[in-house]
Design a binder for this molecule. Structure first.
Ligand code: NDP
Length: 503
């Protein structure tokens, strides 16, 4: 059970296999979102620390023991990482509860599942294969090597730091890359604990995994622009993602972006009603709505609208707010004060736009199980898809209910948005399920389920929800590049001023 009476924890960051303070000696405070009180001190790094970390990662990539390891040996190191996560799962989960306000029940599920990413990509490490190409020349032997891209910079948001770092770290290590990770200033502790309990004892060579903690622009920008960083893998909001993409483009870095969403959760009148109601609740109130895949636009077929809303409100009313460290809690605090204010301001925007507040609609008091940064589960009905509350990401427990007539109408509304991360469809018709899956412009479509993820299934966004895919086989491609090798076993010569093409 989480002990909140401990004195202020003091963390160092991890560069080149050493625990170090920020070069400036500065620290920043991390607060427990449930109490609102500071509980940890984190190094406030800057460009000097970024340079140290990238140099260490670059040395480790070029000349350390890491590139000497066979892919099979890399896989073994990664299996050790998986076993160490299994060993420390509970502690890692509790740190994230303390630092982020995530539910202990959610963290138990996440930390139990995280090792699978390392087992899966450990298995892929020695299955990275090039090819021999029968080229259109006599006496030539041509082949393609698949090589790691180099030093990778990971920028991680506050909402699921361990899980989202895992999605990047496992394929990057399998590919043979080295990494520098910048966690969010609000939630750095769980990653530092992960390094201490998992990465260090797994005996990765120094410099293979480094962490620079601190503020977004101060640490993130020098990291993204550092000439020795080859790839940037970013998860966060779309506006920051656009900035990171722009900065990285100046030195032609490879970039993958996992960004925001405003996902439609679409309920047809031929669904199993109880399942769909539960799916709608899970889509928006799980993780206090602070998830990129939140089903924040509930599209209801007009024939079942009133009946569905009634059942939805009845279920949402039963959500237990409270201490995220308690197993029975279902909705925890908002993670940061700024996010709390943002959610409340969107509630005002929705009211101002004329949406009807059918449930919640403001802060949740202590008497209601809430506290300093709690927002009541909130449902707006009568929402038009053009309203800001339907178009913009709130990232909190606020649902917009939108009516639709038929399949064509549902598809039109679902796709009429800048985002395209996820979508839910609730129907018993196989034909409709496949039609919707094909026509919705989103990286993931869940039919009769919601918020399911796996290391086996690619994850990423269409449109403003991102670039590239994490998870599954294709994620490792993001950390590899091809090299074409031409070996001429025949005579040289020919006209030196003319390109050598097939004769
Ligand atoms: P932000 O975009 O604010 O921050 C993401 C990360 O970027 C943080 O580490 C942040 O550091 C850092 N950062 C901030 N400014 C810069 C900068 N100028 N240059 C480089 N890095 C910078 O997002 P949030 O942390 O608020 O996370 C919430 C967002 O993340 C939501 O929009 C959500 O949808 C999205 N998200 C997407 C997911 C996906 O897979 N598609 C998954 C989870 C979240 P700091 O915090 O220190 O400022």
């Amino acid at each position: 059970m989480l002990d909140r009476r401990t004195k202020l924890m003091e963390y160092q960051t991890y560069i080149d296999g050493q625990w170090v303070d920020a070069a400036s000696g500065k620290t920043l405070q991390s607060s427990d979102p449930y109490t609102g009180e500071p509980w940890a001190l984190i190094p406030e790094c800057d460009k000097t620390d970024v340079d140290r970390a990238v140099e260490a990662a670059s040395r480790a990539f070029d000349s350390g023991p890491w590139p000497q390891l066979t892919p099979t040996a890399r896989g073994k190191v990664m299996r050790r990482i998986a076993e160490l996560i299994e060993k420390h799962a509970q502690h890692l989960g509790e740190i994230e509860v303390r630092d982020n306000g995530k539910l202990i029940s959610e963290m138990a599920a996440q930390t139990k599942y995280m090792p699978e990413w390392f087992y899966y990509y450990a298995g892929l490490a020695d299955k990275i294969q090039g090819a021999v190409v029968s080229v259109d020349r006599q006496d030539h032997f041509n082949y393609i090597l698949r090589e790691p891209v180099g030093v990778c910079a990971f920028i991680i948001p506050w909402n699921s730091p361990l899980m989202l770092a895992t999605w990047k770290l496992a394929p990057a290590l399998a590919a043979g890359c080295t990494v520098v990770i910048k966690p969010s200033e609000f939630t750095s502790a769980s990653l530092l604990e992960f390094i201490k309990l998992v990465i260090e004892p797994a005996e990765l060579p120094p410099g293979v995994v480094n962490v620079v903690t601190g503020y977004g622009p101060v640490v993130g920008e020098p990291l993204v622009t550092h000439p020795k960083v080859a790839k940037v893998a970013f998860t966060g909001g779309s506006a920051t993602g656009a900035r990171v993409n722009e900065l990285a483009a100046k030195s032609f870095k490879k970039v993958s972006l996992e960004l925001g969403g405003k996902s439609p959760n679409i309920v047809f009148d031929d669904c199993i009603l109880e399942d769909a109601v539960s799916g709608a609740v899970s889509g928006i109130f799980a993780a206090t709505g602070q998830t990129c895949i939140a089903g924040s636009r509930l599209l209801l077929q007009e024939t079942i609208h009133d009946q569905f809303v009634e059942k939805l409100i009845a279920m949402a009313r039963t959500a237990r707010l409270g201490d995220p460290a308690l197993a029975e809690t279902q909705v925890g605090p908002v993670t940061t004060p700024a996010q709390y204010q943002k959610i409340l301001s969107y509630i005002d925007i929705a009211k101002g736009e004329g949406a009807h507040c059918a449930l919640g609609g403001g802060p949740a008091s202590e008497a209601e199980g809430g506290g300093k940064y709690f927002v009541k589960p909130t449902i707006f009905t009568g929402v038009d898809n053009k309203m800001r509350i339907a178009q913009e990401e709130v990232f909190g427990p606020v649902l917009s209910v939108i009516k639709f007539k038929d399949e064509a109408d549902a598809i039109r509304i679902a796709n009429d948005i800048a985002y395209g991360l996820g979508a839910g469809v609730w129907t018993q018709s196989v034909k409709r399920a496949h039609t919707m899956a094909k026509r919705i412009k989103a990286g993931t479509v869940w039919v009769n389920t919601y918020r399911a993820v796996s290391f086996l299934m690619p994850f990423g966004g269409y449109k403003s929800s991102g670039l590239g895919r994490e998870n599954g086989m294709e994620a490792i491609d993001g950390y590899l590049q091809s090299k074409s090798v031409w070996i001429n076993n025949g005579p040289g010569g020919g006209n030196p001023f003319v390109m050598k093409t097939a004769s």
